[in-house]
Design a binder for this molecule. Structure first.
Ligand SMILES: [Zn+2]
Ligand SMILES: [Zn+2]
Length: 227
């Protein structure tokens, strides 16, 4: 029997609840935080399906890199790989003309390798006019303009050439008609819905939170980086 990559990558003692996944997704990888080890990368998607009179969202499960991610070619298995396997199968089972849009939500921007895989697997859909959007809540090893401006010491952890290649592949995604966005209020609400959590998102609390300040900074950094 074939064992899916997803099952393998999630082999660990700790099975987080949906609430824990939401909190981790929202509150980890924030700027200035010590990233540490363990389960920290998350990705999920939803497909907007058109029906008579409306659009229905088809949510995927949450994919993780796992606390002990599999290693392939000397590199860690990223959550995006599991997501893409699932997504490609899902799309093949759907009526093409019912797909109105595809959104991928992840807590770090795709690395150069995952960006290339996204472009290979999703470029055709985007070219066919289906809006494909990747939303992320932190930059993966990219030197953020806001950090450079303020001479943050952690920039020494990110090599120039690494940062350049991750950013270049993000630009290639954009050139392939795949939209890039950073998280904002609507995405946090959507994430709660996707994880079937109670609809108790407090907009006032969000507006005053560190998450909101980070979301604003990310948005401006993305704008500057993609110019
Ligand atoms: Zn990756
Ligand atoms: Zn910084």
């Amino acid at each position: 029997m074939a064992v899916s990559r997803y099952t393998l990558s999630c082999k660990s003692g700790w099975v987080p609840s949906n609430h824990e996944k939401y909190e981790r997704f929202k509150d980890t990888l924030m700027h200035g935080e010590d990233w540490g080890m363990g389960l920290k990368y998350f990705a999920m998607y939803w497909i907007n399906l058109g029906y008579l009179g409306g659009v229905k969202r088809l949510y995927s499960p949450m994919f993780e890199n796992g606390p002990s991610p599999m290693i392939e070619d000397g590199q860690l298995y990223h959550a995006e790989r599991n997501l893409l396997d699932h997504l490609v199968l899902q799309l093949s089972a759907l009526r093409w003309d019912s797909v109105r849009g595809l959104v991928i939500l992840q807590n770090a921007s795709p690395c150069s390798r995952c960006s290339r895989e996204y472009k290979d697997k999703l470029g055709a859909i985007a070219r066919n006019g289906v809006p494909v959007t990747i939303v992320f809540s932190s930059f993966y090893n990219i030197r953020r303009p806001s950090c450079v401006k303020d001479s943050h010491s952690h920039l020494s952890d990110i090599l120039e050439e690494q940062s350049f290649s991750h950013l270049q592949e993000l630009k290639n995604l954009k050139a392939a008609n795949i939209l890039l966005e950073t998280t904002e209020l609507k995405d946090w609400k959507r994430l709660r819905e996707a994880l079937q959590l109670p609809n108790t998102f407090n907009e006032e609390v969000y507006r005053l939170s560190a998450r909101k300040r980070e979301d604003d900074a990310l948005k401006e950094d993305l704008r500057l980086l993609m110019r």
